[in-house]
Write a protein of this length. Sequence first.
Length: 319
Amino acid sequence: MDKDELSKFCGVLKVDMTQSSIVQIMKLLSDLEDLDVFGIDMEVDQLMGEERLLQALHAAKKVESDLAEAGKSKEKPTKPAATAPWYWALQLEQGSSEKLLQAWEGSEDYVTASASGIESKSEHHVTMLYLGGGKDEEVAARNPRLSGPQQVATLKEEFKQRQGEALSLEVPRIVWEDGRVAAAAVVLPDQLRQLCANDFPHITIGLAPRVNAVVSNELLARRAATDDLQTGLQAWLRQLSLQQYGPQLARWCQQMGAATPDELAEFAVDAAQAVEADQESQERVAQVLQKAVQRPIHELMFDSPLQLTALLQGVGRGQ
């Protein structure tokens, strides 16, 4: 296409085919947002979470596979097998769920959080292992706490054997972010903690409209990185899909004296220049770091941790 033809478009986007599909999609969404082609109600940040993009990628691959199979055979489809759990979780018992809500909604933090747009959820659970329809290899790849596909298979089998078991947990505090999300940090008994693939076990107790619960992971990762940037940086970057820059950014923070995510974001342009060579990539990295700390985070500490009980359950897709 010549310059005259290109000028008729609102923009020209480049795709680096050497990058993974997830990184490509994130870059395209970011570029499209910069071109202002989305409506004002579109929450682009919520589309760019790794978990949501993996779900979308899995759905697209399934449609492709179904179309391919439909083209191969016109045979009458057989009854589908029972659906495997979409994720394994600790579902709070009703009494514990009410106890958690009462502690949250009776606080001054709740009044402020509610005014910022956060609405309480009525269903509460701790995700132990998110599968999302993926194979064991894929699940292991996106969960650094797991040693590999074999551990994923082992966890699924153990959860299956223990389904319905009542278990205890503690909630020492609730962390929330203005106009976005509120999450209860969860402390699990040691043996149970070893079974949880999540870096930061939690219960999402409140969300603003059009915000996905997966942002709780990002919130708690940011909170941990604020406590100790060197130990918490990699987990936070993973939630931002910038994990490939972890070692470089850790060295840069040490050299420059950045001790919190906010300080890293304050000098995001310099940090991006230290980890990327081309200007386009530098701008993308800087933009992600800056957006990630735009909203302040708050913490409600309880005098004594809430003692709660939950049932181990496999949850189907859409439940």
